[in-house]
Design a protein around this ligand. Structure first.
Ligand code: FES
Ligand code: FES
Length: 266
């Protein structure tokens, strides 16, 4: 089985990583699993509507490819969420079938609790928070607190005027790399951020998603003038275009900012 509904809605709330359920019988799970890898953006978003809980069969699961999340239902009413990024080499797992979450790239299989059932993967799929709403929607993130907000205690004191302070400027984001890190005619892969930065000509910096458009591995390196994926041999030019298949679509561009000698994601 592969993904059902596309992601319908996003919010900007950033949340923690664990698993929760709001309907009766939903259990917290996966707390002992490995933490989310840095840079896995889908893991950091909450409020993403994945689809309907009823699409997830009991004793099986469903891969939500866009969100890179797989949701399983080991027993009726107990939903578990995991990163769908295979811990072997980063492919997005293909399906949940015959009781396991299966990665097509090199045959790894994971049980419905995210643990490895068959290698070459050796690490479990990291757990993700997944909530089932009263309407039956599967949403990323923890269930919202149900307690009513506490009223501030009544006071007879006159309200104290808050001192007016000039707004504090947010510090600029730390640079991802120095321009000197990126060779002219080459580039560098930033695995945690899942981006690759290239410098096709001196002073011209380009940035792309490092997630291979073939089957979702993170590209391995920039070498001999191309961005190379180790999974099935796809190569991309320094402008992100496909130079060798099996990938057929270019790497999506990412905005990048160069200030002085610092490169940061815009
Ligand atoms: S088995 Fe999943 S990436 Fe290799
Ligand atoms: S995932 Fe197949 S070549 Fe990159």
């Amino acid at each position: 089985m592969t993904q059902g509904n596309p992601v319908a809605r996003r919010t900007a709330v950033v949340g923690a990583v664990a698993v929760a359920g709001v309907v009766a019988g939903c259990a917290r799970y996966g707390a002992e699993s490995a933490p989310a890898p840095a840079g896995d953006k889908a893991a950091e978003e909450t409020g993403l509507v994945l689809g309907k809980a009823k699409e997830v069969p009991v004793g099986g699961g469903q891969v939500f490819r866009d969100a890179k999340i797989v949701v399983t239902q080991p027993v009726a009413g107990e939903f578990k969420g995991f990163s769908a990024v295979c811990t072997h080499q980063g492919c997005v797992v293909a399906e949940v079938k015959a009781g396991t979450i299966n990665c097509d790239c090199h045959g790894s299989k994971f049980k419905l609790d995210g643990t490895v059932s068959t290698g070459p993967a050796t690490k479990p799929l990291p757990a993700r928070d997944v909530t089932v709403s009263a309407a039956g929607d599967l949403t990323t993130g923890k269930a919202p607190a149900t307690e009513p907000p506490t009223e501030p205690p009544a006071t007879t004191e006159p309200p104290v005027e808050a001192p007016t302070q000039p707004p504090v400027e947010a510090p600029p984001p730390a640079g991802l790399a120095s321009t000197a890190d990126i060779p002219v005619g080459g580039g560098k892969v930033f695995e945690n951020e899942q981006v690759v930065i290239t410098q096709p000509a001196a002073g011209e910096f380009k940035c792309f998603s490092a997630v291979c458009t073939h089957q979702g591995c993170v590209v391995a390196e920039v070498k001999a003038g191309t961005i190379n994926c180790g999974c099935h041999g796809s190569k991309f030019g320094l402008d992100g275009s496909v130079s060798k298949g099996p990938a057929t679509t270019p790497l999506p561009a990412r905005a990048v900012k160069v200030s002085g000698n610092q490169i940061s994601l815009a």
